[in-house]
Design a protein around this ligand. Structure first.
Ligand SMILES: [Zn+2]
Length: 367
């Protein structure tokens, strides 16, 4: 064997090792941050606060939308008509007497790629059964999902997107449970479920959104945190594990990725005072944009959502993004820290503070 051959072999090995190290560093240690996409930015601009107002107003004007009432039935019909007016969507009632209203925007790619679902419950409840305007809980969440349907249906996505209005959430998540049971039975691949419930904030209230997600939706939650910054949405994202049961819960139970962005709780929830004057539509627009930015990526076969991360992120480049205070990870993660950013029961988000209210048990927080 000539020395020249040896030299070339060594060079090849060295190049190969360098390439492997470069790949490993990129794929395992330094996840790619999402780039600003002008098409997504333009789409986010189309979210219209006056549309959110109109839908919320129409829904609160039913005296009640409690499950089993005439108002609930009429509200279901109203939402069916609103969705049917949007070109490109096919709409149906699902779940028999439950009357979930579900609209489908067919994907342009392979149907086996799975679906992306966004939903909100449309029933209401109140301390006075005859008066349950449910503007913040959850007329405004429904208004956001309807607005996402309007904006997304003007475009084409690789993956099928479903827009769902669940019924009977307030009596035990009945509508979403029925949907998830049927989806699991037919082994439907749901790549992401995004839930809107009490998602619109109060006038003058803090622009805080609590991000709830399961480990399967970690990638979507990280994407939301990045988009919040790069698209100038600027909600203050927090993570309060254990708070809020809503229609994302059945998706979690079935192992589907699901995420929800929840506004700070309002005193008027579940009372006759949950009216439209207690809603911040600028906040609602922000929350709609945040979800839309994530859905757009999830519905794009190249968007990366479907490729789940399998590594724990330890890169110094990322540590600057993490400010972690409170329960599970006290203190701030120092630049260069090798500490894992993923722990039992809690997955960290870049730029998201984990807060524990005074008096709550360490490790878990509720409000
Ligand atoms: Zn609710």
């Amino acid at each position: 064997m000539s020395s020249r051959y040896d030299g070339r072999l060594l060079l090849l090995v060295a190049v190969g090792v360098a390439a492997f190290l470069a790949t490993a560093a990129t794929a395992a240690d330094v996840p790619e941050e999402p780039a600003y996409d002008p098409e997504i930015a333009a789409m986010l601009e189309e979210i219209d606060g006056t549309e959110l107002y109109r839908t919320t107003r129409d829904l609160q004007n039913f005296p009640t939308r409690a499950f089993g009432t005439d108002g609930n039935r009429e509200a279901g019909g109203y939402l069916y008509r609103r969705l049917a007016e949007i070109p490109g969507l096919s709409v149906e009632f699902q779940g028999g007497d439950l009357r979930n209203v579900v609209a489908t925007l067919p994907g342009s790619g392979n149907a086996s790629d799975g679906v992306v679902v966004v939903g909100a419950h449309y029933d209401s409840t109140s301390s006075d059964p005859a008066r349950a305007p449910g503007a913040a809980d959850n007329g405004c969440g429904v208004a956001i999902v309807l607005e996402l349907a309007r904006v997304m249906s003007e475009r084409s996505f690789d993956r099928t997107v479903e827009f769902a209005f669940w019924n009977a959430e307030e009596i035990g998540l009945v509508g979403s449970r029925r949907y998830v049971g049927a989806a699991a039975d037919r082994e439907s691949e749901i790549l992401l479920y995004l839930n809107y419930d009490s998602a619109c904030g109060e006038p003058g209230g803090p622009p805080v959104a609590n991000v709830l997600y399961n480990k399967e939706a970690h990638e979507a939650a990280v994407l939301a945190a990045h988009h919040n910054t790069i698209y100038g949405i600027n909600l203050t994202l927090t993570r309060k594990p254990g708070s809020h049961v809503s229609d994302h819960t059945p998706f979690w139970a079935a192992g589907y990725p699901a995420m929800m962005t929840h506004a700070p709780p309002q005193q008027s929830a579940h009372t006759p005072d949950d009216t439209i004057d207690r809603i911040s539509f600028p906040y609602a627009v922000k929350n709609a944009r945040l979800g839309l930015s994530v859905l757009a990526k999830a519905a794009d076969a190249e968007g990366g959502i479907a490729t789940r991360w399998t590594v724990l992120h330890t890169a110094p480049d990322w540590s600057r993004l993490f400010t972690i205070a409170g329960c599970d990870y006290p203190g701030t993660l120092a630049a260069g820290s090798p500490r894992l950013l993923q722990g039992p029961g809690l997955l960290m988000l870049p730029g998201v503070a984990v807060s524990t209210p005074p008096g709550s048990a360490a490790g878990v927080s509720y409000y």
